[in-house]
Design a binder for this molecule. Structure first.
Ligand SMILES: C[S@@+](CC[C@H](N)C(=O)[O-])C[C@H]1O[C@@H](n2cnc3c(N)ncnc32)[C@H](O)[C@@H]1O
Length: 462
């Protein structure tokens, strides 16, 4: 081990930034880089995939690994195809845009296997990834930062270039519904006519900070939220919102979120509906949900439906169990599984998500769900009762040890852990198995096609 480290270090010292090499890409990293080796040194290279032979330039050197940038492909991998988007290299959001879709699924399975083995220390077999029913135009949540050009004051809206806060002015994005490209372009072209300027992050000046769109596969409707750097809605903003609403029949509501804080957080708590409805309705299986500007909902509803079906099927194997739906969002899991459960408790920290969930319960006449707008750990610490099954669906950072301990205390049979981050899933499964749990299966679902992201459902017996 020491020898390897020493030789890496030696190699490291002799490797120089700016050196050019020809390498064969061996594998793919969890952050979307092709991986090659020069002697024992691991090199991460963007825009490459396994089986490429590529000429690269070294851009950064760390102790045991380095980064390189692609100069040219000498021999393309058989997994390459025509990229889904001409902007993918500058935008950086779809790191797999140039890789055949079936191959993307294999690479993502490998990413999950590596995390579960290396971080989790587990040998659990990973199932094949379940593909997304749609791999283009699937993204029903869009959040574009906005700025403007220095001289001409043209509005720019798009994703940030990787590792920067420079906006790539995206005119066409193939993973979002076509209509969203038109809506964003309309905002770009018409806000200056209403004296609405783009935000300047450095000086904290200008009006429009973000455009947030929530769409629905079911209704084809879109809720637009304009995030404004102010503490009040001006006449210009109000008039523009009405103009936007009237321009597109698909736009069912326009909200304004007032956010004048110096922060990277996109939405403040102050959202006001200027015209139309402050939600869109989405149908998952036989239930209708209400999605607001700031409520969590999966970005790819078609793929999410496969996950909900899978979880409901797992719960159906138990006879009318009691369920804890933790990190519940608008209680989507709770509501979906309520017909096969005796009772459900859904716990979610975001109050407005719980408000939306209350409306859904009323409209669907669901009587066996209790909702709590609370932190999961605090809620569990405040109760004595146990649940047959707990569904855990935390944010990317995963669960705290405290919340896992409380979950174990309050779960009799099974934990269904839904995760959008294989690394934190692996860490948390390691902790759960150290407390005597057994991981029965891990099923990946492709929710974020053409990116390195992957969703997983782990079934854990307690
Ligand atoms: C990945 S989302 C899952 C939402 C929901 N299960 C779904 O599928 O639509 C995670 C949710 O956990 C909520 N959350 C984050 N930290 C929390 C905490 N400590 N306690 C309860 N909810 C939390 C977030 O607001 C978010 O709605």
């Amino acid at each position: 081990m020491l020898q390897i480290k020493q030789s890496n270090l030696l190699y490291n010292l002799s490797m120089q930034i700016g050196e050019e090499h020809t390498v064969k890409i061996e594998s793919f990293s969890n952050l979307g880089f092709g991986i090659a080796r020069i002697d024992r040194m691991v090199i991460f290279i963007d825009n490459t995939c396994p089986d490429d032979t590529a000429k690269i330039i070294i851009t950064k050197i760390n102790k045991n690994f380095a980064y390189g940038t692609l100069i040219e492909i000498i021999e393309p991998s058989k997994y390459r195809k025509i990229p889904i988007c001409s902007m993918y290299k500058v935008c950086g959001s779809c790191q797999m845009a140039f890789i055949d879709y079936d191959c993307q699924l294999d690479l993502k399975k490998q990413i999950v296997e590596d995390a579960i083995k290396k971080i989790g220390g587990l040998n659990t077999k990973i199932n094949d990834v379940i593909a997304s029913p749609k791999n283009l135009n699937y993204r029903q949540k869009i959040q574009y930062p906005v700025s403007q050009t220095k001289n001409s004051k043209r509005i720019l809206a798009g994703y940030y270039k990787p590792q920067t806060h420079d906006i790539v002015n995206i005119k066409y994005c193939p993973v979002q519904p076509e209509i969203c490209n038109s809506i964003i372009d309309f905002i770009r072209e018409n806000t200056p006519l209403y004296n609405i300027s783009g935000y300047n992050e450095q000086n904290h000046t200008g009006d429009l900070r973000h455009i947030v769109i929530r769409g629905s596969e079911y209704s084809g409707n879109y809720l637009i939220t304009l995030v404004i750097n102010s503490n009040k809605i001006s006449n210009n903003i109000e008039n523009f919102s009405k103009r936007l609403f009237n321009e597109f029949k698909e736009v069912s509501g326009v909200c304004i979120n007032l956010n004048n804080k110096k922060t990277n957080v996109i939405l403040s708590e102050k959202t006001f509906c200027v015209i139309g409805q402050d939600f869109v309705e989405e149908k998952i299986l036989d239930k209708i949900f209400k999605i607001g500007a700031d409520t969590f909902f999966q970005v790819n509803p078609k793929s999410a439906e496969n996950i909900f079906k899978y979880v409901k099927n797992e719960i159906s194997k138990h006879e009318t169990p009691t369920i804890l739906d933790a990190y519940a969002g608008i209680a989507t899991f709770g509501i979906i599984v309520s017909d096969v459960a005796k009772s459900v408790v859904s716990v979610e920290s975001n109050k407005s998500s719980i408000e939306k969930a209350k409306e859904v319960l009323k409209e669907n006449n669901i009587k066996n769900i209790e909702l709590f707008a609370q932190d999961t750990t605090k809620y569990l610490q405040s109760i004595k009762k146990k649940f047959d099954i707990t569904i855990l669906d935390p944010p990317r950072k995963g669960c705290t040890k405290e919340s896992l301990d409380e979950t174990l205390k309050h779960t009799k049979k099974e934990i269904i852990y839904v995760s959008c981050n294989p690394a934190t899933l692996a860490r948390d499964l390691k902790y759960l198995t150290s407390k005597g749990c057994e991981v029965k299966s891990i099923q990946p679902f492709d929710m974020f096609c053409h990116t390195y992201h992957i969703e997983n459902v782990a079934i854990v017996s307690v």
